[in-house]
Design a protein around this ligand. Structure first.
Ligand code: C5P
Length: 212
């Protein structure tokens, strides 16, 4: 199969030297790419700035902003049989990026933020993607309720949800504990495991969805 995987954070510039971002390490997305490659699949990996090695055999597309990730996904998704959206995309960007470094003149500084495109949310609609669609959801409360709502709203076949209020798993950790929610209503909880083990399970689920 041909996989498209988004990974890592995005960086939204404020001025030439500053940006807004988040704590995503890219580890989960890169583990998914590694697991897919190990099973003989092709992988296009669209990633924000991360400091981990690119899995051998993946086609890496480096991006910085959410808009760039959006454009890279739009260009590549039609070649994919399955798309896994694992990136922690910044929901907002700065409305007007300053051309020069912002000086500390005032006691307060107000930045106006505008919404970024929801890349996963565009997959079924704007991009017209008909392949298998997998989303991730990082939640701090009411995990199942929010995950199911996201699964339906974004047209996913599978949604992988984790509780990011816990500090021992998730962001920048090597381990994760996730719950899988399927479009047909099935629900599976995976025990705490390394991101590589979880990635292998998720790739296996996608392979089985492809067969059905
Ligand atoms: O809505 P929320 O950000 O919680 O949804 C998470 C899922 O949507 C993840 O799969 C993430 O990669 C994707 N997403 C996206 N573009 C955005 C925001 C989230 O592709 N702008």
């Amino acid at each position: 199969m041909r996989f498209l995987i988004t990974a890592g954070p995005t960086r939204e510039p404020i001025d030439p030297v500053r940006y807004l971002s988040n704590r995503s390490s890219g580890k989960m997305g890169f583990a998914l790419a590694t697991a897919a490659l190990a099973r003989g699949h092709q992988v296009v990996l669209i990633s924000g700035p991360v400091s981990i090695p690119t899995p051998e055999g993946a086609t890496l597309v480096r991006i910085e902003t959410a808009q760039e990730m959006h454009d890279a996904v739009a260009a590549a998704i039609h070649e994919a049989d399955a798309a896994i959206f694992c990136a922690a995309v910044a929901d907002y960007r700065v409305a007007e990026v300053a051309g020069e470094k912002i000086k500390k003149t005032g006691d307060t500084l107000t930045l106006t933020l505008v919404k970024n495109p929801d890349i996963l949310g565009n997959a079924r609609g704007a991009f017209g993607f008909t392949g298998l669609l997998v989303g991730f959801a990082a939640e701090t409360e009411r995990l199942a309720e929010h995950a199911l709502e996201k699964l339906r709203r974004k047209g996913c076949d599978l949604l992988v949800a984790n509780d990011v209020s816990r500090t021992d798993i998730g962001f920048d950790r090597d381990e994760n504990e996730v719950e899988l929610f399927y479009r047909d209503g099935r629900h599976e909880s995976l025990a705490l495991a390394s991101k590589s083990e979880i990635a292998a399970v998720v790739i296996g689920c996608v392979e089985r969805l492809r067969e059905t």
